[in-house]
Design a binder for this molecule. Structure first.
Ligand code: V47
Length: 382
């Protein structure tokens, strides 16, 4: 009978396996090899070794909800179905006032919410004070929840309208309630893809500069990769290595989130949706290349609960959360557009596959326990 070691040998992953056993860092060539082998079981086995070394059987989840405060956006990214252009006259564009955003959050009064995930379009009309008021209003409505808000793109815009350097405004945003930042806006760090799909958006170097400033201000963040559109395997490996390099410098990233591209209602609607195979492979390869990231997330809302559950054996140790109200996209290839999981469903998904559910807050502190294992370095120092 063929063992997993035979399989690793046949997939020509022996060298990578040996490196992982020795705690040696993987290279660009290793990343390419991982993409080129069709044997996902072998790649997943390796990713699971790293996952278990870092987190054991623990699978993190958070009781969270999403607020998208405006869909008006001047970046016109070809992969996005969420935005309404500032010039659009179809009436789809909206902006939530700080009070309206607070009212959305307050709707969940009586339910335990630990993280409010707040991202939106780049709306050129919003002044600096709006963002401070928004944070304060949401925070006041749910003082028990932490606010994880604003991608690097939004932060660049906030500094632009404030007409002040980021290093100056970040402490003010923090004082107003900003606890952490989500990973979005990174897309793929490739000048070619930037030019093709999101030309008007902050360039790759700009994203890194903002992330560096955010981490220097003691605000941890996530990082993402948007895959499944026009990117190449080389570009994805480069993307992961760039992020790994920045993490070496700042230690400010908590979690990596591969985001599966949903082509529906976008300018790229002719492209197919990503497969379960591709989604598991992205998670596994990210886990293997990003040796300095504490966590890798399976974002169930995009890849479906069924695939996210499998991902817990392919490198992911975080399954996001109960997520109420996600507007950016819907779960791929589904007609149900399931956007909420109850706690019981989420915990059931985790335990069914022999993993241990662990409730966390936005900073990966354990909820309901005195001690925070896995506390993030930049959180301790902040
Ligand atoms: O930057 C836009 C992506 C991101 C599409 O940090 C799309 O925990 C798929 O930041 N298909 C925003 N993705 C969302 C984001 C995020 C989401 C979940 C978890 C976390 C986290 C962060 O959504 C954008 C872009 O990469 N996006 N359009 C689309 N059609």
């Amino acid at each position: 009978m063929r063992s997993i070691l035979d399989q690793i040998r046949q997939a020509r992953l022996e060298r990578i396996h040996a490196k992982l056993q020795d705690g040696e860092r993987l290279t660009f060539e290793d990343g390419m090899r991982l993409y080129q082998t069709p044997d996902l079981t072998a790649v997943g086995y390796l990713a699971n070794l790293v996952r278990e070394r870092k987190s054991g059987a623990r699978t993190y989840f958070v009781r969270n909800l999403h607020v998208n405060y405006t869909n008006i956006c001047n970046k016109l990214c070809k992969f996005c179905s969420f935005y309404a252009a500032p010039t659009s006259i179809d009436g789809r564009g909206y902006v939530l006032s700080p009070e309206e955003a607070a009212a959305r959050v307050a709707r969940y009064d009586g339910e335990s919410i630990r993280e409010i995930h707040m991202v939106a379009g780049i709306n050129p009309k919003l002044p600096y004070q709006y963002y401070l008021d928004l944070l304060q209003a949401v925070r006041a409505a749910r003082p028990d929840a932490q606010v994880k808000a604003f991608t690097m793109i939004e932060l660049a815009q906030i500094a632009r309208v404030a007409r002040r350097p980021l290093a100056e405004i970040l402490p003010e945003l923090k004082a107003a309630g900003l606890t952490a930042c989500p990973g979005g806006g990174a897309e793929v760090f490739s000048d070619r893809v930037h030019e093709e799909l999101f030309r008007a958006k902050l360039d790759n170097q700009g994203w890194f500069d903002v992330a560096r400033a955010v981490h220097a201000a003691g605000i941890p963040s996530n990082a993402t990769l948007l895959y499944g559109h026009i990117e190449t395997q080389e570009e994805k490996v480069q993307h992961l290595l760039h992020i790994r390099e920045l993490q070496d410098a700042t230690s400010g990233f908590m979690c990596f989130v591969p985001l599966a591209f949903d082509p529906s209602r976008t300018e790229l609607s002719h492209l197919p949706v990503t497969t379960g195979y591709a989604n598991l492979r992205e998670i596994a390869i990210a886990r293997l290349l990003l040796d300095n990231f504490p966590h890798v997330k399976a974002f169930w809302i995009m890849i479906t609960p069924a695939v996210a559950q499998m991902a817990l054996w392919y490198g992911a140790d975080d399954i996001d959360g109960t997520v109420s109200h996600y507007e950016i996209t819907h779960a791929l290839g589904t007609t149900s557009h399931q956007q909420v999981l109850t706690m019981a469903e989420l915990i059931g998904l985790i335990t069914e596959v022999g993993r241990e559910p662990v409730e966390r807050d936005a900073l990966y502190n354990l909820v309901g326990q005195e001690e925070a294992i896995d506390r993030h370095p930049s959180v301790i120092s902040s």
